[in-house]
Design a protein around this ligand. Structure first.
Ligand code: RB5
Length: 149
């Protein structure tokens, strides 16, 4: 099960990815936005990430115009490791080394075919654990530091 959200800059690519995921038998929860009216990407990041954290999802996808703002917002939420990916290599490696639980895409900077190919690369990869887990633990230790400051 996959959760997905976008702002108005990612609407078209969101629909492309939902169609692809559904075609391969994946369940998808669509957290919006649902039309081209302007919305604020932090609101979509918050809604989509909180849905993911409720449990039951394999990973999440966020899309805005560049993918930058929505990934920045997502990474402020404890427990979220959102990777803005532009290549298959980065998508594979963010699964293998960072165990990213969210992918971000830029709907205005990436075509549909590349986006699907990048998504596939992530979905076909496995987290390697070991020394990479220690580093992820250090990322989340930074969240705890922020809270006590
Ligand atoms: C919205 O115009 C745009 O700023 C947003 O989609 C995103 O690209 C921000 O990073």
């Amino acid at each position: 099960m996959i959760v997905i959200g976008c702002d108005h800059g990612g609407l078209e690519l969101k629909q492309t990815l939902i169609t692809y995921l559904t075609s391969i038998g994946e369940g998808v929860t669509d957290c919006g936005t649902y039309n081209s009216d302007s919305v604020d990407y932090p609101d979509i990041a918050e809604k989509t990430c909180k849905r993911y954290l409720d449990g039951g999802y394999d990973f999440g996808i966020l899309i805005c115009g560049t993918g930058i703002g929505i990934s920045m917002a997502a990474n402020k939420i404890d427990g979220i490791r959102c990777a803005l990916v532009g290549t298959e290599y980065a998508a594979e490696m963010t699964k293998r080394h960072n165990d990213a639980n969210f992918l971000a895409f830029g709907g205005r900077v990436m075509g549909p075919e590349l986006a699907i190919s990048v998504l596939k690369a992530y979905m076909n990869a496995e987290f390697e654990g070991g020394r990479h887990q220690k580093r992820i633990d250090k990322i989340h230790a930074l969240e705890a530091q922020e809270e006590t400051e």
